[in-house]
Ligand binder design. Structure first.
Ligand code: ZN
Length: 286
């Protein structure tokens, strides 16, 4: 049997259908939010193949173009990767210069900004200029856990597709549940957190991002009263925090996210976030 590339998008068949249809009217910028990080990346690459595979039913997932895109070595694919570090202004500038030339293979050059929440403010502003007037033959695709994590002006210029959310983000951050339990314990009993965050190398950026995403989701559930009974964090927020404080805590989570973008130590970010929420719980629900 022939080898198949880009298989991971099979997990999101609904989105794949959208992308197949969108291929006939390509938006200048597509934002993929939700799902898990590897799924967002797989779908972004699927989109690049959709726009560049020359077979009748693109993407065929078998041809050299599809293979090169899956391996991220295709000449008309530019990837700025924010998984580990911030995406700074220099690579964005370099990318913008490349846009002036026509795509090598006559298809659509795809610029993937993977995990766009990692763009520094300066880099995001530079990117914005390209999104406003993309030179012909270029299409952007941005990925992010949630659209709220990136500059609103980037979102408003993008066609947003939301991948299915997963209640369980264990694949992305295997230690997430453990940290959630520690946070809950800290908010209730004022102890049980710092001895863990203080351990050297105990936390990486992806884990803290996952914790922030969980807090955002549960805070939203607490605000809208839509929490499932098993959503422990949302219940705690509702029992112990004044509703008027919810928007402040939402900002706290954004600031924590921003700190990660500026490469602040993830353990420090989690400590700070935990303390802000702890204070809010001490002020009580009224
Ligand atoms: Zn193909």
């Amino acid at each position: 049997m022939a080898q198949t590339f880009l298989p991971a998008s099979d997990h999101q068949p609904r989105l794949k259908g959208y992308l197949d249809r969108l291929g006939t009217a390509v938006p200048a910028s597509l934002l993929l939010e939700g799902g898990r990080e590897p799924e967002r990346r797989a779908l972004a690459l699927y989109w690049a193949a959709r726009l560049n595979c020359l077979q009748a039913e693109a993407p065929c997932r078998h041809c050299p173009t599809c293979q090169q895109i899956a391996e991220e070595i295709f000449r008309d694919l530019i990837v700025l990767d924010g998984r580990q570090e911030s995406i700074r202004i220099d690579p964005v500038r370099t990318m913008r210069r490349e846009l002036a030339s026509r795509p090598e293979y006559g298809g659509t050059r795809v610029i993937l900004i993977h995990e766009a929440q990692s763009l520094t403010q300066e880099a995001a502003n530079a990117l914005l200029k390209s999104l406003e007037e993309p030179p012909p033959g270029n299409a952007f695709v941005l990925t992010a856990p949630q659209r709220q994590w990136i500059l609103p002006t980037l979102v408003s210029r993008s066609w947003v597709l939301t991948l299915n959310w997963h209640a369980d983000t264990a694949e992305e951050a295997p230690e997430l549940e453990q940290w959630v339990e520690r946070l809950l314990a800290f908010w209730v009993r004022s102890q049980g957190l710092f001895e863990h965050t203080g351990r050297k190398g105990s936390l990486d950026r992806l884990t803290v991002e996952a914790v922030i995403a969980r807090c955002q989701r549960e805070l939203l559930a607490a605000m809208t009263q839509s929490a499932q009974p098993e959503a422990k964090m949302a219940s705690l927020f509702r029992e112990r925090i004044a509703p008027a404080t919810f928007p402040v805590l939402d900002q706290t989570l954004h600031k924590a996210q921003e700190a990660l973008q500026h490469n602040v130590n993830p353990a420090l970010v989690l400590d700070w976030l935990a303390l802000q929420f702890w204070r809010a719980t001490r002020r009580g629900p009224e």
